[in-house]
Design a protein around this ligand. Structure first.
Ligand SMILES: [Fe+2]
Length: 293
């Protein structure tokens, strides 16, 4: 087999042809793994993937793992998650948009970021519901040299509570506090080096990172905002318009993603398999007391 990659958008996403996920030979598996490590997003079309073949595909790319907090597991397949829209339903208006998620890499508020994930479209809304992707290796390489040198030694502080606030969760609820308490803040390098490829990427994860270690709080937040604005420029972004039976695979060590959201009158069902990270990044900081008050 020879895989064929067709670019969908710059260097961010590639449609992949020449494999049948239901019948992967040993050489398919190793070729696929190498392609996966060197790209941000791969898209398979019209796959007719089942939960079993989705997990077989995941196993070719790495080791499936169970997400530590997300609810909604597929019956009989605990490694497949059926994500529910985050956030708070503000009204009964059927046109209201739900499920919007700001730019992030997964689980950067822990030291155990997953290597990636495979998302399969089961039922998609007639409009909206796109998933956005950014290749953060391309972003890092496009930064001015002086900026790259400046951020190389820096660490950002990632907090689940920052995401809870941005997603509009009730910050006074016991449940919100209980979840946040399980995850003390984590300092992550701002430039992440993938040990498998040596590629460097800009590791901003705006949903979670809100401060820079050793920097005044507002100065750190301003630097993170500046990097976020650079990374999310239109020419870096690919919005995936889902078709049924698409499988989208992203490499979480070099990708930011976001959800556009969809009107709550429409159904959007995806099946997600997550790939365990091969290493750890960052370090756990002492818990801060902001969740207590
Ligand atoms: Fe995510």
């Amino acid at each position: 087999m020879t895989l064929e990659l067709r670019p969908l958008s710059g260097s961010v996403a590639f449609e992949i042809h020449g494999i049948d996920p239901a019948r992967l030979s040993e050489s398919d598996r190793s070729e696929l793994r190498q392609v996966f490590l060197r790209h941000s997003v791969l898209v398979l079309r019209r796959t007719r993937v089942t939960p079993e073949s989705q997990l077989a595909l995941a196993t070719a790319l790495g080791e499936p793992e169970i997400h530590p907090i997300a609810a909604g597991r597929l019956d009989g397949h605990p490694a497949i998650l059926v994500p529910k829209p985050y956030g708070v339903q503000a009204s009964d208006d059927p046109d209201e948009v739900i499920g919007r998620i700001p730019w992030h890499a997964d689980l950067t508020y822990t030291t155990a970021q997953p290597r990636g994930a495979l998302l399969r479209a089961v039922e998609i809304p007639p409009e909206g519901g796109q998933t956005g992707f950014i290749d953060t290796v391309a972003v890092y390489e496009a930064l001015p040299e002086a900026q790259r040198r400046r951020i190389e030694p820096l660490e950002a502080i990632h907090r689940l509570s920052h995401a809870q606030r941005l997603l509009g969760l009730d910050m006074n609820s016991e449940r919100t506090h209980e979840v946040a308490r399980r995850f003390p803040p984590v300092a992550q390098p701002l430039v992440l080096r993938d040990p498998a490829t040596g590629c460097r990427s800009l590791a901003v994860s705006p949903l979670f990172a809100d401060e820079i270690v050793g920097m005044d709080r507002s100065e750190g937040a301003a630097l993170l905002k500046e990097l976020e604005a650079f990374a999310t420029q239109e020419h870096f972004v690919y919005w995936h318009d889902w078709r049924e039976d698409d499988v989208v695979i992203w490499n979480n060590y070099r990708t930011l993603h976001a959800a556009a959201g969809h009107q709550q009158k429409h159904v959007r069902t995806l099946h997600r398999a997550t790939l365990k990270g091969e290493t750890t990044f960052g370090r756990i900081l002492a818990p801060d007391d902001e969740h207590e008050g």
